[in-house]
Write a protein that binds this ligand. Sequence first.
Ligand SMILES: *[C@@H]1O[C@H](CO)[C@@H](O)[C@H](O)[C@H]1NC(C)=O
Ligand SMILES: *[C@@H]1O[C@H](CO)[C@@H](O)[C@H](O)[C@H]1NC(C)=O
Ligand SMILES: *[C@@H]1O[C@H](CO)[C@@H](O)[C@H](O)[C@H]1NC(C)=O
Ligand SMILES: *[C@@H]1O[C@H](CO)[C@@H](O)[C@H](O)[C@H]1NC(C)=O
Ligand SMILES: *[C@@H]1O[C@H](CO)[C@@H](O)[C@H](O)[C@H]1NC(C)=O
Length: 445
Amino acid sequence: MKNSVISTLLALVWISVADPTSRPLERDGLATPRRVMSRESRSSHVIPMRKHLVSSSALHPAVLRRTTTPVNLKNMYDVYYSIDIQVGNQTVSVSVDTGSSDTWMVQDPYECVSFWFDPRNPDGTRDCGLGTGFNGSLSGGIVPGLPPFYRAYVDGTFVRGFYGVDDVTIGGITARGQRLALVNLTYWYGDGQTSGLLGMAYPYLTSLDGAEQNQPPYDPVFTTMWKSGAIDPVFSIALSRNEDQGGGGSGLQKESYLALGGLPPVEIDESTWASTAIHGMNSVPQWGFETDERGMYIIKPEAFVLEKGGSGPDAGEEILKNTTQIPILIDVGATLSYLPKGLVNQLYAAFDPPAQYLSSRGLFYALCNSTVPRFGVQIGASTFYMAPEDLLRQTARDPTGEWCRVGVTDTDSPPHVLGVSFLTNVVAVFDVGKSEMRFAAREHY
Ligand SMILES: *[C@@H]1O[C@H](CO)[C@@H](O)[C@H](O)[C@H]1NC(C)=O
Ligand SMILES: *[C@@H]1O[C@H](CO)[C@@H](O)[C@H](O)[C@H]1NC(C)=O
Ligand SMILES: *[C@@H]1O[C@H](CO)[C@@H](O)[C@H](O)[C@H]1NC(C)=O
Ligand SMILES: *[C@@H]1O[C@H](CO)[C@@H](O)[C@H](O)[C@H]1NC(C)=O
Ligand SMILES: *[C@@H]1O[C@H](CO)[C@@H](O)[C@H](O)[C@H]1NC(C)=O
């Protein structure tokens, strides 16, 4: 979630934690269908997702400055995935978020405001880094009688606008008469490649709108699609880890996919399929919700496993296995994964040499050539290990170039999150119909 939901929830529950953030993602996949899935079928509505890397120098200085605060760094917004959607007869590029439910885009002309002094733009004008906005009005008009659309995200960004109605088409499936928001006032920092956000979470979150946060919920795009009968109530995501090397039609490009109604066309290890329930909003006690209604993709993994890395005689030896089940959000909108401090400290210590906190970055880094431990999340009977490339991202270096960012960071404040650094290792199936998530390990990957 870019934070979205989290931000909404933070606003609800913890008010006032200032931190920058954002999220990340990465992925990778082979577009070589190999065999038919035994458990479920490939979707015929597959949408390739573009992977974006935002260099930290593109981030607003205020954001960088805030990331140096030692506490509550929630996210690094440097990796995200986007798709094109059709709204009416216009094509709009949006980033995909499983941690929020609204779909919005900017409408031209919109106002970009800055809350912080930006030395690069001393006269106060600035570019929010959003792409071309929606031109004109939505064909279904404005929804009358609603308060303005407003979302504030944990990283300090916000969007404000109004709700309208139009047909939204993704991968050949159309959500007719879909409610969505046009934004005309925002503080944002993007890379200019997207103009909005596609929220893939449940209707419940849309009710947390407005000052009272008790608006009647509405059906988000994905809900409208499956309720129409056009697809089964399931979608899945495969994120590529590496950049598309421009395989020139070799069929072996690393792709990321959003698949509506079924599975994406990537190879998986079928022996690793695992399923686990999606829990309601009251599963995170700190949020204070009484309802067990589902709002986000919250699961409770069976265990976290840490093992020695390297190729020595003790490689693979178990350092710890923690079977305390905690609620965790599955969030394509988060670059890193956010897990409990005690666990993450042990992970940092298991790097050789150990990872260190870089106060200039506000996160833990390890020497890029250090030995990376094995770290896995057990779901059902399967343990999904994070690849060394995800645990220590060679492309996210400090200015000396010697330290690489660890893909897991700690937080003792919920929500805990499995973000892109986890999701690049699996295919994740979001089965709203069965209220469960399924995962399988990627193959040849
Ligand atoms: C917006 O649409 C109008 C009318 O369809 C067209 O004249 C105008 O050039 C469009 N603007 C942009 C920026 O595409
Ligand atoms: C696109 O849709 C709008 C609103 O329905 C309409 O006014 C406009 O003529 C359409 N433009 C094209 C090129 O079809
Ligand atoms: C945004 O749109 C709303 C609703 O049409 C309008 O009241 C408001 O003045 C607009 N704000 C800006 C900055 O254009
Ligand atoms: C296991 O994890 C839980 C939740 O993070 C923590 O409270 C507990 O102390 C951990 N147990 C061990 C033995 O580390
Ligand atoms: C690892 O990198 C550090 C800093 O770049 C360097 O000083 C050290 O010699 C390297 N260690 C090995 C084993 O290559």
